[in-house]
Design a protein around this ligand. Structure first.
Ligand SMILES: NC(=O)C1=CN([C@@H]2O[C@H](COP(=O)(O)OP(=O)(O)OC[C@H]3O[C@@H](n4cnc5c(N)ncnc54)[C@H](O)[C@@H]3O)[C@@H](O)[C@H]2O)C=CC1
Ligand SMILES: C[C@]12CC(=O)[C@H]3[C@@H](CCC4=CC(=O)CC[C@@]43C)[C@@H]1CC[C@@H]2C(=O)C=O
Length: 251
């Protein structure tokens, strides 16, 4: 799908990987709506519509989708980047991990992604196809290499991202017959605010574990893959690792 003038909804677009997608898609002629629970100065860029919502909330995300369709037009692309990555061992120094902490990660990363994509897909299915194949839209989720190699302290996070990876194919099967493609990117370790503040002691071993290039991923590299997924009409139902060849160890 050519993105020029298409409406692209990006969750988590106020920061990091989502923010890089916002920059990339705006630069390449798309109309971008950011859905985030934390909105930057709304006057910062007139080409971007910022809407505040929590991805876990059914009613507010539905209202935001309506607003985007009203203000920008037909929603053709949805990129789910909103996510949280708190760590916590199954049984830590203070005892067993609180169930509420586990639930919150599943709620934001897994249920939040599904909530957003189901409502974006509903909008897409109501649109006319764009081409002879019957293409109506594209959905991109963000998992993590933790879906496959969760580290110590990442039970909740790995479960949430494993869920995102696992739901990719069935959702592609649900929506494919009606012209919507669904793919998931599983990033390795990227330089974003989620990683900022970590001292060298933690970052160096992660860089060393990357096969090549021996550095953290750049958010723009994530945006480039998202743009390729939108552009390539034959890419569907896939989970794509973007990780410089890293295989995460236990810590
Ligand atoms: N940075 C990394 O190395 C990796 C990140 N990821 C995943 O990529 C995605 C983006 O991560 P980063 O850009 O690094 O993080 P980030 O912390 O820079 O950005 C996440 C954004 O999501 C928003 N957000 C969080 N919870 C929300 C909610 N309930 N409703 C609406 N918005 C919410 C935040 O406000 C923030 O703007 C996340 O899903 C993360 O799990 C996956 C693998 C590696
Ligand atoms: C660095 C650390 C462990 C990680 O590797 C994660 C990082 C938070 C962002 C991440 C998201 C992912 O989806 C992949 C893993 C990771 C890069 C974590 C912050 C603290 C963790 C740490 O200090 C480990 O020693």
């Amino acid at each position: 799908m050519n993105i020029t003038d298409k409406v692209v909804v990006i969750t988590g677009g106020a920061s990091g990987l989502g923010g890089a997608c916002v920059d990339w898609f705006v630069r390449h002629g798309a109309k971008v709506a950011v859905l985030d629970r934390r909105i930057p100065d709304p006057t910062a860029d007139p080409q971007i519509v910022y809407l505040e919502a929590d991805v876990t909330q059914a009613d507010s995300v539905a209202a935001v989708m309506d607003k985007i369709a009203e203000q920008l037009g037909e929603i053709r692309v949805c990129i789910n980047c909103a996510g949280i990555a708190p760590a916590g061992k199954t049984v830590g120094r203070d005892g067993a991990l609180a169930l509420d902490k586990f639930r919150q990660v599943i709620d934001v990363n897994l249920i939040g992604s599904f909530n957003v994509l189901r409502l974006a897909a509903e909008k897409m299915l109501a649109l006319e196809p764009l081409d002879a194949d019957g293409a109506r839209g594209v959905i991109i989720n963000t998992a993590s290499v933790a879906a496959f190699e969760g580290q110590i302290g990442q039970a909740a996070y790995a479960a949430s991202k494993g869920g995102v990876a696992a739901m990719t194919l069935p959702i592609a099967r649900d929506l494919g017959p009606r012209g919507v493609r669904v793919n998931t990117i599983a990033p390795g370790v990227f330089e974003t605010p989620m990683m900022a503040g970590l001292n060298e002691e933690f970052v160096k071993p992660l860089e060393q574990a990357v096969q090549f290039p021996k550095r953290l991923g750049r958010a723009e590299e994530f945006a480039k893959l998202a743009a390729h997924i939108v552009d390539n009409d034959y890419l569907n139902g896939e989970v794509i690792r973007l990780d410089g060849g890293i295989r995460m160890g236990p810590r």
